[in-house]
Design a binder for this molecule. Structure first.
Ligand code: F6R
Length: 606
C-alpha cells in the first residue's frame, strides 16, 4: 500500500523515479509525486491521479540527480494535489515520502501548530518533514533519528534535504524498504518490482533501521545511529517476471500463469513412496506434528476464504478440528492461545498488517505460528516459526488469482502431512498425490474455455446485484467468487450458504438478481439441486459451476462444467471459472482490471 522510490547517482533522477513509480502503482493510485534536488534547492511535483498524469504535467527544467517519489493510497485526508507526497517543511528544505501510519499525528500536528508551524496538508506525513527540519542535529541522519524518536506508528520513509545534497536517508518500521546497489548509484524502493530493471543487488532494511544512500554506497544504522553491518546480496531473478508482457493486464497474465505456479508450489514436496508431503520449512518433527490438537488459520480477504478451504482440507484429511478466521478481527477479541494449536498465517504479500499483528499476538502469548506466504523474506514470513513458501512468483494485480491457487495447494500439502502422521492411510495419501499432480493440467483445461465463460460473464455484468452460493466445501469457493466479482466489476455480489437461502435472502431473488451456484459432484449435490429449483421458481437466473454428469433436473441454468479431481481438491478447480467470470464482467464494463477503485495491493494499514 503506497509505493516509495528514491535515487541518488549520476543520472537524471526523474525518469528513473517515474518508471519506478509506474511499477509500484498497484500499491496505491490515488495520487503521485516526485521531488528532486536541483541547483536551486528541492523542487516538488505532485498530483492527484495516476503516475501518467504526473509525468504529463511535470514542470520544465525539473532536473536533478537525487530524488524521491511516491504513489499514494489515501489514509489521512482525501486524494488531492496537496495531500500527495512528497511533503516538505515550510521553507522547502526537506522532502519526505512515507508509507505507513503515524498514530500520534494529531498530537504532533497540534504541537507544531502551537509552535507556529503552518501545516498545509491533511496528512500524517507532513509532520515528519517539519520535525526533520526543526531538529538541531548536525547530520541528516541525526535529524531523521530525532524526528522518528517522537513518532508512534509504522513507516517506511525516504528523506532528502537541500543542505545534504549528496544523500538520501531512509528508515523502516513495519513498512518494507529495499536498497538497490547500482554502478556509482543507489536506488531505494518499497518493493523489488521498482528495482529489478536497474539492479538485482539489494539489501532489505530491517525494522528499526536507518540507512544513508550516497552515489558510492550505503550505510545502515540502528535508531541510536550505531552502524549495523549489512551486506547486499545479488538475487537470481528474471526482471521480466515483473512485466505484463503482451497481456492486457497483470490479472489476466497471472490467471494464465496458474498451471505453472501450481507446479512450482508442489515441486519437490510430494513423497510418492510414503503417500505424504515433505514440508521441511515447517520446522516440526513428527512428534510435534502429532501433538497438534487444533489448527487455526488466519488471513484477510481472499487469503481468509482460501484459509476456509484449507481448514476443510485439514479436517477432512487429518481429522484435526480446524477453522479459519479473519486476521483483522482476531486480536481484538483477546483470543485464547493454546499451546497445542497450530496457527497458520496465510498471505500473498507477507505484509498485510492485520495478519502480521495477529501473528505477533499469537507469538507474544507463546503460540506456534507457521506461514503460507508468497513473498520471500517478507515481514510475516520472518515473524513465523516456520512455513511454506508458495512460489507463485510476483503477483501485481490487486485481485489475487495465482497466489490464491498456490495457497490452496499449500494447505493441501499441509493437510496431507498432518494426515499422514495420523490416520490418513497411505492409499488415501497416494490418491491425493495423484490428484494434486493432475491439478496444473486441469487448471489449464478450464482456462482454455475462456470464451464460453466470457459469454456468461457479459450477461452477469448487466445485473446490479448477484448471489454466489455453495455448501460446505463449496461455500468458501462462493465467498471467493463473490469477492473477486465485486472487487473488479463493482457489482454487489453476496456469498451465502445455499442452505441458508430460504432463511432470508431468497426474498431478494428475482429475474434481475442472478445466482452463481457451486454444485460439485459430492454428497450434497442433490440437496444443492433442490435449492436451484427454489431459485428457478422465483425466476432467478442461474449459472451453475459443476461437474459433468451432475443432473440439474429441469432447472433452466447455464452450466459451467469443470474437470473432476478428488473431492477434497475440487474447490480450487471450481474457483478458476469464477476468476474468469469476474475478469470478463469487469472487462465488459470497461473497468481498470489491475487497479480497482478504492483498493490497493498489500494492505499495510489497519
Ligand atoms: C482479493 C485480494 C485481497 C487479499 C487480502 C490479503 O483479491 O487480493 O482480499 O487477498 O488483502 O492480502 P495478502 O494475501 O497479501 O495478505
Amino acid at each position: 500500500m503506497c509505493g516509495i522510490v528514491g535515487y541518488v547517482g549520476g543520472q537524471q533522477a526523474v525518469p528513473l523515479l517515474l518508471e519506478g513509480l509506474s511499477r509500484l502503482e498497484h500499491r496505491g493510485y490515488d495520487s503521485a509525486g516526485v521531488a528532486v534536488l536541483t541547483t536551486s534547492g528541492i523542487k516538488v511535483a505532485k498530483k492527484a491521479g495516476r503516475v501518467r498524469d504526473l509525468s504529463e504535467d511535470l514542470p520544465k527544467r525539473f532536473a536533478g540527480k537525487t530524488g524521491i517519489g511516491h504513489t499514494r493510497w489515501a489514509t489521512h485526508g482525501p486524494a488531492n494535489d496537496v495531500n500527495a507526497h512528497p511533503h516538505t517543511d515550510t521553507k522547502g528544505d526537506v522532502a519526505v515520502v512515507h508509507n505507513g501510519i503515524i498514530d500520534n499525528a494529531a498530537a504532533l500536528r497540534q504541537q507544531l501548530t502551537e509552535a507556529g508551524v503552518d501545516l498545509v496538508s491533511d496528512t500524517d506525513t507532513e509532520v515528519l518533514a517539519h520535525l526533520v527540519a526543526r531538529s538541531d542535529a548536525d547530520t541528516l541522519e541525526g535529524k531523521v533519528r530525532d524526528a522518528l524518536a517522537v513518532i508512534d506508528g509504522t513507516y517506511g520513509i525516504a528523506v532528502m534535504h537541500a543542505d545534504f545534497p549528496d544523500r538520501l536517508v531512509v528508515a523502516r518500521n513495519g513498512s518494507p524498504l529495499i536498497i538497490g546497489v547500482g554502478e556509482k548509484e543507489m536506488h531505494v524502493a518499497s518493493d523489488l518490482a521498482a528495482l529489478v530493471r536497474y539492479t538485482t543487488t539489494v539489501a532489505h532494511l530491517d525494522d528499526g533501521e536507518i540507512a544513508t544512500l550516497t552515489a558510492t554506497g550505503f550505510t545502515t544504522y540502528r535508531m541510536d545511529l550505531s552502524t549495523t553491518a549489512k551486506a547486499a546480496t545479488t538475487l537470481d531473478i528474471d526482471p521480466s517476471v515483473y512485466d505484463a508482457g503482451d497481456h492486457a493486464s497483470f490479472m489476466y497474465k497471472e490467471m494464465l500463469e496458474q498451471p505453472a505456479a501450481a507446479e512450482r508450489v508442489l515441486r519437490g514436496r510430494l513423497d510418492e513412496r510414503f503417500g505424504t508431503a515433505h514440508l521441511g520449512g515447517l520446522n516440526m518433527d513428527p512428534r510435534e506434528t502429532r501433538a497438534i490438537r487444533r489448527v487455526k488459520i488466519l488471513g484477510c480477504g481472499s487469503a481468509y476464504y482460501v484459509g476456509q478451504m484449507g481448514a476443510a482440507l485439514v479436517e477432512e484429511l487429518a481429522r484435526i478440528p480446524a477453522d479459519a478466521e479473519a486476521a483483522s478481527e482476531f486480536r481484538y477479541r483477546d483470543p485464547v492461545i493454546e499451546p497445542d494449536t497450530l496457527y497458520v498465517a496465510v498471505s500473498q504479500s507477507g505484509e498485510t498488517i492485520d495478519t502480521l499483528l495477529a501473528v505477533q499476538e499469537i507469538r507474544r502469548k507463546g503460540g506456534r505460528v507457521v506461514g503460507l506466504v508468497n513473498v520471500v523474506g517478507s515481514a510475516i514470513a520472518r515473524e513465523c516459526d516456520g512455513g511454506i513458501y508458495l512460489h507463485a512468483g510476483p503477483e501485481v494485480a490487486v485481485a489475487s488469482t495465482k497466489a490464491l491457487t498456490t495457497m490452496f495447494l499449500g494447505f493441501a500439502l499441509l493437510a496431507l502431512q498432518l494426515g499422514r502422521v495420523r490416520d490418513l492411510s497411505i492409499a488415501d495419501g497416494t490418491r491425493l498425490i495423484a490428484g494434486l499432480t493432475r491439478i496444473p493440467g486441469q487448471i489449464a483445461e478450464i482456462l482454455e474455455r475462456e470464451e464460453e465463460i466470457a459469454a456468461v460473464a457479459t450477461r452477469l455484468a448487466e445485473a446490479e446485484s448477484l448471489f454466489f452460493v455453495g455448501r460446505v466445501r463449496g461455500f468458501p469457493v462462493a465467498r471467493e467468487g463473490a469477492q473477486k466479482f465485486k472487487e473488479i466489476s463493482y457489482r454487489h455480489a453476496e456469498a451465502y450458504q445455499t442452505s441458508e437461502l430460504k432463511h432470508g435472502p431468497l426474498a431478494l431473488i428475482s429475474e434481475s438478481v442472478p445466482t452463481v451456484a457451486i454444485v460439485p459432484d459430492d454428497e450434497l449435490a442433490s440437496r444443492n439441486v433442490g435449492a436451484l429449483h427454489e431459485i428457478a421458481a422465483r425466476r432467478g437466473p442461474l449459472v451453475v459451476v459443476t461437474h459433468e454428469g451432475v443432473d440439474l433436473g429441469e432447472v433452466d441454468a447455464v452450466r459451467i462444467d469443470v474437470p473432476r479431481n478428488e473431492r477434497e481438491l475440487d474447490p480450487i478447480l471450481l474457483t478458476i471459472p469464477l476468476q474468469l467470470l469476474a475478469y470478463h464482467a469487469a472487462l465488459h464494463l470497461g473497468h481498470d482490471i489491475d487497479k480497482p477503485r478504492n483498493l490497493a495491493k498489500s494492505v499495510t494499514v489497519e
